[in-house]
Design a protein around this ligand. Structure first.
Ligand SMILES: Nc1ncnc2c1ncn2[C@@H]1O[C@H](COP(=O)(O)OP(=O)(O)OP(=O)(O)O)[C@@H](O)[C@H]1O
Ligand SMILES: [Mg+2]
Length: 234
């Protein structure tokens, strides 16, 4: 079951990943054979036109979805062979995902969303959770709105809560889908500084973005077109 264990810098490897969506008898292939090695501690940007497959690729890298064919190797273990229980433990404890559409729980407060994530990850000691939630919300400029319902927050505010939530369990892999799509340039800078600040030897960051200014923060820029990797530059 252990593969590619010789490449200790690799946190995740995709081998010929293909993703075909089927809906009402129609098929659409969103990823057409992606080979990609994600190295520990690096900051990646993924750029490409709308519909090119960025979100699809991020969902697979974040272990939220599986490819139709091909392999995903996460920390030397093939994801397709992991038990559902183990997969969700890895997602909860190790991976922080910022969804393009935030996926917060609207009827709960920002803080409650943070606490839910920490309860799901079950990694941060119970007595530290509230303080950690407040501190992360403050980092994204949402400290004074932690008790507001998500449904009462603006799009950019929700986006910042979603980013704080992704950090809740101190993940070693942060996967963020257009994390600054709804932010002004000042808040976008704060978020990118936050990501670069928490990035380290052990923490890997992958960001999909349409914004070249955001991509400038990355060590490695990947471009995807029509479901294929077009180029990778360092
Ligand atoms: N659940 C689905 N069922 C069918 N087709 C889908 C589904 N999700 C995505 N697609 C299609 O797959 C392609 C890639 O979608 P994806 O969301 O990955 O693109 P993207 O690069 O993230 O685009 P954007 O920049 O607009 O967010 C698109 O053509 C989209 O219509
Ligand atoms: Mg997308």
């Amino acid at each position: 079951m252990t593969t590619d264990g010789n490449d200790s810098r690799a946190v995740e490897i995709l081998e010929n990943a293909v993703k075909t969506y089927s809906y009402k008898g129609l098929e659409y292939t969103a990823l057409r054979g992606i080979n990609l090695t994600i190295e520990r501690g690096k900051f990646y940007s993924i750029m490409g036109p709308s519909g090119s497959g960025k979100s699809t690729l991020l969902h697979i890298l974040g272990l939220l979805d599986t490819p139709t064919s091909g392999r995903v190797v996460y920390k030397s273990v093939e994801a397709g062979r992991m038990k559902d229980r183990d997969l969700s433990a890895v997602r909860g404890r190790e991976i922080g995902f910022v969804f393009q559409s935030y996926n917060l729980i609207p009827r709960m407060t920002a803080m409650k969303n943070m606490l839910m994530a920490m309860s799901f990850g079950n990694k941060i000691p119970q007595q530290d959770r509230k303080e950690r939630g407040q501190s992360l919300l403050s980092t994204v400029g949402m400290g004074d709105k932690s008790e507001k319902l998500v449904s009462q927050l603006s799009g950019g505010e929700q986006q910042r809560v979603a980013i704080a939530r992704a950090m809740a369990n101190d993940p070693s892999l942060i996967v963020a889908d257009e994390p600054t799509g709804n932010l002004d340039s000042e808040n976008a800078r704060i978020i990118m500084d936050l990501f670069t600040g928490v990035r380290g030897e052990e923490r890997t960051i992958i960001v999909a973005t349409h914004n070249p200014d955001v991509a400038k923060y990355a060590d490695i820029n990947i471009t995807i077109r029509d479901g294929k990797l077009a180029e990778e530059s360092q």
